[in-house]
Design a protein around this ligand. Structure first.
Ligand code: B12
Ligand code: SF4
Length: 505
């Protein structure tokens, strides 16, 4: 049977990173089935075109996965495909908590992690025997989480990932000239563990993956990294890894042992990881992160206000520690993508300015800002529903980007929206980009260029940059910063050619 796995996007930014679930389910699909992966970023088709594609290509089963904010689009695709008589199955964090809603659009849903249920779904679909609901039940009927001890090896080097090149087309000739090889840059998702014990009020993870942690073996992670390194060796482009674990260092002993094994196997690859700020106090961990290839850490700082953090049960974050820890990371050449949420109950007008004032005192970071969103299945959603504060209880069906679905206590949703815009505008202004590059002027030039490109790409998370015209505009605005980095690269080249010609600098 031919299976088509599809992931929509959110209509604002691209899916810069391939969604792991598709590649994982492909690797878990029983033999004798062909799996075609389609991501909205790469296969730019609307629902009608998808339904035509699946009919013309003899697809027997369509699997769709989506986060809450893409679910409306996912349902449209599902409806169009089913109209053509082809079965649709859905899975992922949203349909897990809203299975009845999903079953209005799909023949079948996978509840929770589908590693063990997927092969059965495929066989049942082949035999025309699909059940409505699949869940991984243990002997006592309770949900059992898959054991990651037998995690499959995803054959990245054999897959076509060309469509996920993160370097915008318009920049590729320039990058090729200045930093050959980096014109094709892929960020690949890899997981090493699942689960998070913290249970922050707004987050879906603890309920979905559970509060105890399950690990892949070190050997299997190392093998996957070595496999990814072969893409670089074959000259197909540069590869970075995003460890999608929600808290890469939640078990310090295990993380350190994994990092030591990565180093020992020479499997270091440039990587990003997500780690809670409280776990980054450990100096040995930071040394091992740096030595094993970590370049960026995604840190959910959420707020600079301790009261807000307490309100949403994110007590592990202590705003007084932020600066010190970020500086410690920067000393090891590790920078942070710091994530903030506006619209907490203790937020008040001026939140963007107050946050920005703090940000300016930290080493260069890539900040991201979002509004507090009550995702279904979270304690936050249940609380707001109970308090009758949800203005749009099914906000996901018609997603309004950066619009709130409820009213915070001390700030209106309209002001939150304005504050978000302000925060994104301040943080990615050409002045701020130039300032960040200046702060990094004693660092590796390749890194400076990478940082600048990342800043320009991050600008597009809030201000859509999908056309070449928009890109040209953004590049033009940042010409001073690009010129500065270009000049340093040129100087370095002259310097190294003099040295290689025996001229003393
Ligand atoms: C990596 C990641 C990102 C990355 C990239 C996304 C990507 N391309 O992978 C980045 C940083 C860009 C990102 C951004 C966002 N993310 Co995010 N992200 C994650 C993260 C950490 C890992 C995803 C992952 O790969 N998991 C591992 C895979 C194997 O698990 P899985 O996807 O759940 O798949 C399993 C099952 O769900 C099931 N399954 C999934 N799909 C399907 C489909 C079918 C047909 C079947 C049968 C089964 C099935 O099978 C899989 C194997 O068991 C998750 C948290 C988490 N641990 O999952 C959050 C998470 C998915 N993100 C979340 C959110 C909210 C966002 C943002 C909206 C944040 C923001 N405010 O901007 C943005 C939106 C981005 C966008 N473009 O729309 C939420 C989603 C909640 C929800 N209900 O929608 C999560 C769950 C985190 C959270 N705090 O709650 N994210
Ligand atoms: S620490 Fe991160 S992953 Fe864990 S519950 Fe909190 S927000 Fe979610």
């Amino acid at each position: 049977m031919k299976i088509f796995l599809y992931n929509p996007d959110d209509g604002i930014s691209y899916n810069y990173i391939p969604h792991l679930w598709m590649f994982l389910l492909k690797a878990l699909t029983p033999e004798n089935h062909e799996v075609i992966i389609a991501d909205r970023k790469v296969q730019n088709m609307n629902e009608k075109e998808i339904s035509e594609y699946v009919v013309e290509n003899g697809i027997g089963l369509v699997g769709i996965g989506a986060m809450t904010r893409m679910i409306g689009k996912a349902y449209k695709v599902a409806d169009a495909v089913r109209e053509r008589g082809i079965s649709v199955v859905m899975g992922g964090p949203h349909v897990t908590v809203m299975p009845e809603e999903a079953l209005k659009h799909a023949d079948s849903v996978a509840i929770g992690e589908a590693d063990n249920t997927w092969p059965q779904m495929v066989e049942d679909a082949k035999n025309g025997n699909l059940k409505k609901i699949y869940r991984n039940a243990g002997k006592n009927g309770k949900e059992e989480k898959p054991d990651l001890g037998s995690y499959p090896l995803i054959p990245w080097s054999e897959l076509d990932i060309g469509g996920f090149n993160n370097i915008p087309k318009i920049l590729r000739p320039m990058i090729k000239h200045f930093a050959k090889g980096w014109e094709n840059f892929f960020l690949i998702p890899v997981e090493t563990q699942r689960g998070c014990p913290y249970g922050c009020e707004f987050c879906t993870v603890t309920r979905f993956f559970g509060n105890s942690i399950r690990f892949r073996t070190n050997e299997s992670v190392v093998q996957e990294l070595l496999n990814l390194k072969s893409i670089v060796k074959e000259g197909r482009g540069r590869v970075g890894v995003l460890f999608v674990d929600d808290n890469f260092a939640i078990n310090l002993k295990r993380t350190k042992s994994l990092l030591r094994d990565i180093i020992a196997a020479n499997a270091q690859i440039f990587y990003f990881a997500q780690i809670s700020i409280n776990l980054l106090k450990d100096d040995e961990l930071i040394d091992l992160l740096a030595e094993s290839g970590c370049k960026w850490i995604f840190i959910g700082l959420e707020s600079i206000d301790e009261t807000n953090l307490k309100l949403v049960h994110k007590n592990q974050n202590k705003p007084k520690d932020y600066k010190r820890i970020l500086e410690k990371l920067a000393q090891k050449d590790i920078y942070a993508i710091v994530s903030f949420i506006f619209g907490f109950d203790n937020d008040s007008p001026g939140i963007a300015e107050r946050t920005f004032q703090q940000l300016k005192t930290w080493p260069p970071c890539l900040p991201v800002f979002g509004q507090l969103t009550p995702y279904p299945g979270t304690p936050l959603y249940d609380k707001l529903l109970f308090e009758n504060r949800l203005e749009r209880p099914v906000h996901w069906i018609e997603v309004q980007p950066f619009e709130m679905a409820h009213h915070p206590l001390r700030i209106s949703p309209e002001i939150v929206h304005q504050e978000l815009k302000k925060a994104w505008t301040f943080s990615y202004s050409s002045e701020m980009n130039y300032k960040s590059i200046n702060c990094l002027s004693d660092r590796d030039i390749g890194y400076q260029l990478f940082h600048l490109i990342a800043r320009v790409i991050f600008h597009g998370i809030y201000f859509p940059q999908k056309s070449s015209f928009k890109w040209i505009k953004v590049l033009f605005k940042n010409r001073k910063a690009f010129f500065k980095v270009g000049k340093s690269i040129y100087r370095k080249r002259i310097h190294s050619s003099k040295v290689s010609n025996g001229v003393r600098p």
